[in-house]
Design a protein around this ligand. Structure first.
Ligand code: FAD
Ligand code: PYC
Length: 416
């Protein structure tokens, strides 16, 4: 693959980059499809890809109101890990992590997955106990996890401040070595190209404005580009999930919040891993371009405006400067926000709804990027077979009636 890519690059450079094949088509919507996916983020595109590849359902449209990957997929800080507390979560997040490990080969598209490790810091005895409990739970569930002392942390990430005199001293941390980062846009583009190549229509600038539901069965959607019929509709709209649910007469237990991030000017490699701190609501990694990628906790109010408030980011920067003193004179280049869909138990909803043929995949909140391949894979199964895959069976909408919650606020980490 690498040799092919080098020759292809050289050939295209000699042609002065003219006549590049399009990575995906831009078709007009058809009047009807076998399945429609609402939302062209990573999860929606992955769902369409696996519907075509694993289930042979290729007469599929992905309807995206803006451009693919322009929602949270292109706004997130790209952390991939599977160190959640409960077995149900280990089931889905580690399924995703295993898919990440072979995703570039699967898609023949470099998603730049980098297993550089993710560290979760503990700043007090309570947090240290909770994190050690999670390390043990992960080990029992077959998910790699280990506990590091402050000195071991310093060895793993030399720019981390472990001075015991800090305002929030570092008492230790949990490390998942298989965890890391991936290139967010490439994930959307790779799945889009793979789905398009199998016949899926990716239709951008096409907002879904309503559902055609008759006799308890979905028949299609209304869009800004006309009505489109389909007996199966999967909704994967992240922060706008409740808005779409309301169009279908459903009520989801989801709150939409802004979540912010920012990047510094590029610097030489200084940060070999990803470090997250729940207590001070800050985390940092370094992108391949050299920018330090920094993220905050959620803004506490509900909003659909893709921007956040200054006090939240100020607090995060204070914490980052204390944790990594070498950042104190760095210039920040860009700040942005996405709208995240937070469930009361900080776990997703993936499955059937009371409307026949209508499926929802949402509630990933601040942590769905890491789940992208696994989520798409099991959601495609759910849509194709009209029943959940064993992996997403615990994540029903019904759990908010039955009380079988999967409480993951601790593992959902820094942003909560
Ligand atoms: P999206 O990428 O948001 O896709 C949904 C799409 O639906 C959007 O493109 C939207 O335009 C479209 N849509 C909405 N309404 C309609 C409509 N009516 N008609 C048609 N289309 C519609 N997760 C991690 O695991 N690790 C991280 O490090 C991480 N960091 C984050 C940092 C920030 C700042 C943010 C905001 C989020 C972060 N997340 C992280 C969370 C992660 O980004 C999301 O959980 C994940 O990207 C959700 O993917 P998605 O495909 O479901 O959503
Ligand atoms: O879920 O790992 C995560 C995460 C990091 C930053 C935002 N979400």
């Amino acid at each position: 693959m690498a040799r092919y890519s080098i020759f292809a690059l050289a050939r295209n450079a000699l042609r002065r980059h003219r006549d590049w094949p399009l990575a995906w088509r831009s078709p007009e919507p058809k009047a009807a499809y076998d399945a429609i996916i609402v939302g062209g983020g990573g999860h929606g595109l992955a769902t369409a890809y696996y519907l075509a590849k694993r289930h042979g359902i290729t007469n599929v449209a992905v309807l995206e109101k803006g451009w693919i990957g322009g929602g949270n997929t292109g706004r997130n800080t790209t952390i991939v890990r599977s160190n959640y507390l409960h077995d149900e979560s280990a089931g889905i997040y580690d399924h995703a992590l295993k898919l990440w490990e072979g995703l570039s080969q699967e898609l023949n598209f470099n998603v730049m997955f980098s297993a550089r490790g993710v560290i979760n810091l503990a700043h007090d005895e309570h947090e240290a106990r909770e994190l050690r409990r999670r390390v043990f739970a992960n080990q029992l569930a077959g998910v790699d996890a280990e506990w590091l002392t402050p000195l071991q942390l310093k060895e793993f990430c030399p720019i981390l401040n472990v001075d015991p005199g800090m305002r929030y001293p570092v008492l230790g941390g949990a490390l998942q070595r298989r965890a890391g980062t991936a290139r967010h846009d490439a994930v959307a583009w790779g799945y889009a190209r793979g789905a398009d190549g199998r016949g899926v229509d990716i239709i951008q600038n096409c907002e879904v404005t309503g559902f055609d539901i008759r006799d308890g069965q979905v028949r299609g959607v209304r869009t800004t580009r006309g009505e489109i019929a389909a007996p199966k509709v999967g909704v994967v709209a992240a922060g706008h999930s409740s808005v779409l649910a309301e169009m279908a007469g459903l009520r989801l237990p989801i709150q939409s919040h802004p979540l912010q991030a920012l990047v510094s000017e590029p610097v030489k490699p200084v940060m070999p891993t990803v470090v997250m701190s729940n207590a001070v609501h800050a985390y940092m990694s370094q992108s391949d371009k050299g920018e330090l990628v920094i993220g905050a906790g959620i803004d506490s109010y509900n909003s659909y405006a893709q921007r956040g408030s200054l006090p939240v980011i100020e607090e995060t920067i204070q914490a980052v400067v204390e944790l990594f003193p070498i950042t104190s004179r760095l210039k920040m280049m860009r700040q942005w926000a996405g709208i995240v869909d937070v469930c009361p138990d900080a776990s997703p909803i993936i499955g059937l709804t009371p409307v026949e043929g209508l499926y929802f995949n949402c509630g990933w909140g601040t942590g769905g990027f890491k789940a992208t391949p696994g989520s798409g894979h099991v959601f495609a199964h759910t849509i194709a077979r009209d029943e959940p895959h064993a992996i997403n069976a615990p994540f029903t909408l019904d759990r908010f009636h039955s009380g079988t919650l999967v409480a993951e606020h601790g593992a959902a980490a820094v942003a909560h």
